[in-house]
Design a protein around this ligand. Structure first.
Ligand code: FAD
Length: 341
């Protein structure tokens, strides 16, 4: 495998602007793109840079134009029939070629399955580093560098990483962590359409057919209400009560990793450091102790309600409302209360 060259003698003054690598799936913009725009706009203020969104795809002009209403300065739309479907080679090659040509200062990518696939490849192609799975970004007031914070050592500490010499400074950012950009009524940005600098030879894998999973997918990042179950539910059947409560409230079902590892519920429900990061209006933690790795994924919820038999459980230190009691008694009583109203 070819190693990427380290750009030791680059002229830092040639680099400017914050690029968001926008993500689209089947022509629809992924919510993480709006979160990254929100974060990019915040960072841009610190270094007086422009916010540019780069989206690869084909025949998605309407979705591209909608992005202008999040107040970005510019959208670079890499348009080609070769980019209609996602391909690792096609997307990574066309985006990295544009980065080498235009020299952005910062490049942010969503830490989704697509972003985790192309992010490191783009970094290797342009000869820079990448901090994966960031949960916080900031600008160093002294030297304008990007401070990239992510959990390290099993979530026991938060590490802040910088990219001292190479450019761009690249990071993938966890979906659901950053606040979405606000809508603007009169956008001042514009769209630049560029042709993809790739040919069919660049794309080694071909999409033959897209098969949709028959499983009901769970979108925890967008949920307003989440009812999560932990080891305290005592088994897969315990999740029936969690599901019934979530359904009554019009919410989604979450879970701790202990339940996922025990095979009680599918991994797409896992909340936490190695699961999904969520920030609903209300998060119910039922039979969850509140381990640091779980808290890493839900502590930004607006209200946290904890139900636990152990009054010393750490979850009670972070919750807004705590109920010391058996979830098998507390949840049915709450369902009854909701039905009554
Ligand atoms: P426990 O810690 O066993 O807590 C169960 C709780 O249920 C207890 O507080 C108990 O008092 C209560 N309880 C028992 N019976 C009842 C009842 N009848 N009614 C009410 N309460 C009751 N964990 C995650 O959740 N998400 C992650 O993403 C994640 N990532 C990790 C990454 C790494 C690298 C590591 C090392 C660990 C990770 N973990 C993660 C695991 C984490 O450390 C904890 O082990 C896990 O969160 C514990 O799950 P729990 O709270 O359900 O179980």
């Amino acid at each position: 495998m070819k190693r990427a060259k380290v750009n030791q003698n680059i002229n830092l003054k040639e680099y400017s602007d914050i690029w968001i690598i926008g993500e689209q799936r089947e022509g629809k913009i992924h919510p993480v793109t709006i979160e990254l725009i929100g974060e990019g706009k915040k960072l841009a203020k610190g270094i007086d840079n422009k916010v540019v969104v780069v989206v690869a795809g084909y025949e998605i002009d309407e979705e591209i134009n909608k992005l202008l209403y999040y107040g970005v300065d510019k959208i670079i739309y890499i348009s080609s029939p070769l980019l209609k479907n996602f391909s690792t080679d096609g997307y990574a090659s066309s985006i990295s070629r544009l980065i080498l040509e235009r020299k952005p200062e910062i490049v942010l990518v969503g830490a989704t399955s697509i972003g985790r696939d192309i992010g490191p490849r783009i970094a290797a192609k342009v000869g820079t580093g990448l901090t994966a799975d960031c949960t916080k970004l900031d600008i160093d007031k002294e030297d304008g560098k990007l401070l990239q914070t992510r959990p390290a050592f099993g979530g026991n500490l938060m590490a802040t990483i910088i990219c001292p010499k190479n450019r761009p400074q690249m990071a993938t950012v966890r979906p659901g962590v950053m606040k979405k950009a606000a809508h603007v009524d009169n956008p001042s940005g514009y769209v630049e359409v560029v042709e993809a600098d790739i040919t069919e030879v660049d794309i080694k894998a071909k999409v033959v057919k897209i098969l949709k999973s028959s499983k009901k997918t769970v979108d925890l990042t967008e949920a307003k209400i989440i009812v999560s179950g932990g080891r305290g539910v005592k088994g897969p059947e315990g999740f029936e009560l969690i599901k019934a409560f979530a359904e009554k409230l019009g919410g989604e079902v979450g879970a701790s990793r202990a339940c996922v590892d025990s095979g009680w519920i599918d991994s797409m429900h896992q909340v936490g450091q190695t699961g999904t990061t969520v920030r609903p209006e209300i998060y119910f933690a039922c039979g969850i102790s509140g381990a640091i790795q779980h808290l890493a994924g839900m502590s930004d919820s607006k209200y946290i309600v904890a139900i636990n038999t152990d009054p010393t459980a750490p979850i009670f230190k972070v919750c807004d409302f705590g109920i010391v009691g058996d979830l098998k008694k507390v949840i049915p009583a709450m369902i009854e209360e909701v039905e009554r109203n």
